[in-house]
Design a protein. Structure first.
Length: 540
């Protein structure tokens, strides 16, 4: 059994500003080898592996982690050690799990090299070239596996209004394909950065890869970057040309606005943190541009229902555009009001390991003496979760079980003995619902998508969500096993999210009814096209 070196801590930002020289890096090959063995053993014991994800991606996580053992042991600088740890962590292919810097642990110099000295990457700030990209998913199925096998491309999605100030010649055109990045073919560049990216599905990787391509950050090691972003692009007629773009403060960029969401014949009504509301004079349809299941979800959902009741909208059809949504929590609270049908919510469990007792005690103390956990009477005030911890979790630990029982997700919406069936709220929409998804987001968005799909609450379009969701995570400040010196914070996924259909959700997003991939051809009209298709399905 792995012995925990534990100190609860808030995750520090990866890009916090530190400075060190190679001479300040002190550890021995023996200590680094022992560190790998500790991480390896702890992962096999603690990690709530997703067999369905491993099968889809065709990986053996133990073997994948072992590929980087020598790289960790032979690291000669703090930077080399840090990025070896990132690779080891990312071998698990889990979008949620990161490696973070901690006080007294590894420190990093400006990771893009000395030329970055005038543009320090500090705090949560990254630098950005005045261009953005998107992935063309037209060459792959809804559930692709091999990164190298899919016939995907990356293309220009938008650029700064003043891009002419940064280049010589004609500006790029939306849809121009990226052929090389910093002197590497796109295939070689993907292979170079893939080990440093956190993702749970192939489509999720490609979506995020396109997003991060024009950014300068500590996500990738210095070898990936040049002083400028050097590109070779190809127009639709086959003409190739080169661009060299500077990295600048992203707050100084005014974007041209290509690819923004447009909803013809729908008018903006109001905005919340969780969604924007749109209505139409032509169609009896409510359209929600969904941002995520944010901290205002309960308040924002109650506001929506009050507005819909006051304006006689409850019998309208509902379109939920979640193509650019983030995660959050309490999605079932919204579903109770968006759909007239009963539904089964997601479930979750906890893997029993050396971390379970400390985790359970921490959760019990956190919620036993607190005020109501959630801002609504129908949600857990802490008693449901504590009851599960003090009964089922305690019994599983005592019995040495592999996992606890499955219970409604974090007991937020129902107690441990519930079947997870949730009834519609007293006030709810009664019309048909259509939802749009994409690989951009995941986590609680994936849970929302699985509730909608597995319970057949809506017709779904677009692409599956990012496919990353777990119930619980464990964060630990790693120490070198021999010297005891702090290194980094490492994370483990220690519980499954269970879809309403009974399948593990991690790496296994719910498929949409109508797969409509983003491509170079439809990028600028994508949301307009989804809206047109949705209205046609509704009979308009």
């Amino acid at each position: 059994m792995a012995q925990p070196y534990v100190r609860a801590a808030t995750i520090l930002l990866l890009a916090a500003s530190f400075a060190c020289s190679s001479s300040e890096f002190q550890s021995t090959p023996e200590d680094r080898a022992a560190l790998f063995e500790y991480i390896y053993d702890a992962t096999l014991e603690r990690e709530a592996f997703s067999p369905v994800k491993d099968s889809i991606l065709g990986i053996d996580i133990a073997d994948e982690m072992s590929r980087f053992r020598d790289e960790l042991t032979e690291a000669e600088t703090a930077e080399e050690l840090y990025y070896a740890l990132v690779k080891i962590s990312n071998a698990r292919k889990d979008r949620h799990l990161s490696v973070s810097l901690i006080d007294g642990g590894l420190t990093l110099s400006d990771t893009a090299g000395t030329y970055q000295s005038n543009y320090p990457v500090s705090g949560s700030t990254v630098l950005h070239a005045p261009i953005t990209f998107a992935a063309d998913f037209g060459g792959g199925p809804p559930h692709p596996t091999d990164l190298a096998a899919v016939d995907y491309a990356v293309f220009v999605a938008d650029y700064a209004e003043d891009i002419g100030n940064h280049i010589i010649g004609e500006p790029p055109i939306v849809g121009d394909e990226v052929i090389t990045v910093n002197g590497m073919s796109i295939a070689d560049y993907v292979a170079a950065v893939e080990p440093y990216r956190r993702y749970s599905t192939t489509n999720g990787f490609w979506w995020q890869f396109a997003t991060w391509l024009p950014q300068l950050s500590r996500q990738f090691p210095p070898s990936v970057y040049k002083e400028q972003l050097e590109l070779e692009l190809q127009r639709g007629d086959g003409t190739q040309y080169q661009l060299a773009l500077p990295y600048v403060d992203p707050s100084t960029i005014s974007w041209s606005g290509f690819g923004e969401r447009h909803y013809p014949d729908f008018d903006f009504i109001y905005s919340t943190e969780s969604y924007d509301l749109y209505l139409s004079d032509r169609y009896p349809v409510v359209l929600l541009s969904w941002h995520g299941f944010r901290e205002d979800l309960v308040e924002a959902t109650d506001r929506l229902m009050a507005y819909a009741s006051e304006h006689d909208l409850l019998d309208h059809a509902l379109i939920v555009d979640a193509t650019r949504s983030r995660g959050g929590s309490l999605g079932a609270y919204a579903v109770r009001r968006l759909s007239p049908k009963p539904f089964k919510t997601t479930f979750g469990n906890l893997k029993i390991s050396d971390a379970s007792t400390l985790f359970a005690e921490g959760m019990r103390l956190r919620y036993s003496d607190s005020d109501a956990r959630y801002p609504a009477p129908e949600l857990d005030d802490g008693s449901w979760l504590v009851d599960w911890i003090e009964t089922d979790v305690a019994a599983a630990i005592a019995n040495g079980d592999a996992y606890t029982n499955n219970v409604p997700f974090k007991n937020a919406h129902a107690p441990r003995d519930s079947d997870g069936i949730i009834q519609p709220a007293d006030v709810h929409f009664t019309g048909p619902m259509i939802c749009w998804f994409s690989p951009r987001g995941g986590s609680h968005l994936d849970q929302f998508a699985s509730i909608v799909v597995d319970n057949e609450l809506a017709y779904t379009m677009g692409m599956p969500a990012g496919g990353y969701s777990n119930t619980w995570e464990w964060e630990e400040d790693l120490m070198f096993p021999i010297s005891g010196k702090p290194v980094v914070q490492f994370m483990w996924s220690i519980g499954h999210s269970i879809r309403p259909n009974g399948e593990i959700l991690e790496g296994n997003p719910a498929l949409v009814d109508e797969y409509i991939p983003v491509t170079r051809e439809n990028y600028e009209s994508y949301h307009t096209d989804l809206l047109r298709r949705s209205l046609a399905r509704l009979g308009y």
